[in-house]
Design a protein around this ligand. Structure first.
Ligand code: KG4
Ligand code: ZN
Length: 375
């Protein structure tokens, strides 16, 4: 089975072609265009500008994904697209493009919840034989960067039950997966997301967007013992998170101690965020007696988070962790296609499995900016 995955929920424009043979899912192509230079210039994402850039890049990105995969539209079994949550203008670029392609190529359309999609990056066994041309567009004429993203191989995939930690720019959620598409929501952030806390703290430090990678770079040579910051809700009995107090503590620290070393501050910010993520995730695994943890979302690209979680999960809960390679942690089309192979039998899947894709009406798919994991 071959699926084209399309992702445009935030500022990335991505299309990927994935193939499932038996239990193995491999990436044939995964093209990601992001308006990173615009974000750096304005210190964040401007929704209308992001959608305008996506409108320009969506067709070239899909064409590139098909060409690199050496797949013709007629060889596809389905098209999967993120339909929420996200920025409405950005989501519409992806969903409306996917609907049109579904109609003209006569292929079934599968709507994927972006948040579930992030978790499914853990089910991709990467193929070493992929070509890896790092393609950059001309920054002078087009601020969008196009990167062909391929990653290290892995053969093992998670099984159920498992604890899932989603840590991205917009979400921080802890769930207990019982099966594909079947999960119990354990908790989430009451205010800012973990990635948002990295981004806002970085901004206070005068670092460019996105702030997570910048803070973790500076943190490498920082001393955590120099500055003490709070890890909000770390001792609460629930599985909720809160990061806005930490951001305020960082703002106060900078106001009161403008001389504070940025590397030390970065190390303390990173540690304060990681400590609470690790504490609650490991506690969830121990409480429910689960021995597998999957991490997903942009912040899962943070090495200190994955290493700390790996150690504590093993010692405290005897659990192993799965984390996607960094390029599959941040937004990408591959995770959307991967999720589409597994999502539970809805009308689309039933029609697909019954070999009646013509019964599927792509018009039934509507972008939903407020989609969540809470069911
Ligand atoms: O999943 P993602 O690409 O977008 C959303 O769906 O939100 O996540 C983006 C977030 C940003 O907040 C970024 O700062 C954070 O992921 N991030 C990191 C790292 N790489 C990306 N945070 C901490 N350490 C990193 N290495
Ligand atoms: Zn995301």
């Amino acid at each position: 089975m071959i699926i084209l995955g399309i992702e445009t929920s935030c500022d990335e424009t991505s299309a990927a072609v994935l193939k499932k043979e038996g239990k193995t899912i491999s990436i044939l192509s995964n093209i990601i265009a992001s308006s990173a230079s615009l974000q750096a210039k304005y210190g964040g994402i401007i929704p209308e500008q992001a959608a305008r850039e996506q409108l320009k890049s969506i067709l070239p990105v899909i064409t590139e994904a098909l060409e690199q995969a050496k797949i013709k539209p007629e060889n596809l079994d389905a098209i999967a697209v993120t339909y929420g949550p996200g920025l409405i203008g950005s989501l519409l670029v992806g969903t409306e493009t996917a609907k049109v392609l579904s109609l003209i190529w006569n292929k079934p359309l599968i709507g994927v919840n972006h948040l579930l999609g992030h978790f499914y990056a853990n089910w991709i066994a990467n193929d070493l034989s992929l070509p890896a041309p790092a393609k950059q567009s001309n920054q002078e004429t087009n601020p969008t960067q196009i990167a062909s993203s391929l990653s290290a191989p892995r053969n093992d995939v998670p099984s159920f039950p498992c604890i899932g930690l989603l840590v991205s720019g917009g979400h921080t959620d802890l769930v207990l997966f019982q099966a594909h598409g079947k999960y119990e929501y354990l908790g989430g952030t009451r205010d800012d997301a973990a990635g948002e806390c990295f981004d806002k703290s970085a901004r206070l430090l005068g670092l460019p967007y996105p702030g997570g990678p910048e803070i973790s770079k500076l943190a490498l040579t920082g001393d955590v013992s120099k500055i003490k910051l709070p890890s909000p809700l770390i001792n609460s009995k629930d599985f909720d998170f809160s990061f806005s107090g930490l951001k305020t503590a960082v703002a106060n620290m900078i106001k009161e101690h403008p001389e504070a070393n940025k590397n030390d501050l970065s190390a303390s910010i990173e540690e304060a965020i990681i400590n609470v993520l690790v504490e609650k995730t490991v506690r969830a695994a121990k409480t429910y007696g689960i021995d597998q943890i999957i991490i997903a979302g942009g912040v899962a690209a943070n090495k200190k988070l994955t290493e700390t979680l790996r150690k504590k999960a093993e010692v405290i809960a005897r659990a192993i962790i799965f984390t996607p390679p960094p390029i599959l942690c941040t937004d990408n089309g591959a995770m959307i296609a991967a999720a589409a192979f597994f999502l539970p039998a809805d009308a689309t899947h039933q029609a697909l499995q019954a070999g009646q894709p013509e019964t599927i009406n792509p018009d039934n798919l509507q972008a939903n900016p407020n989609l969540s994991l809470v069911i």
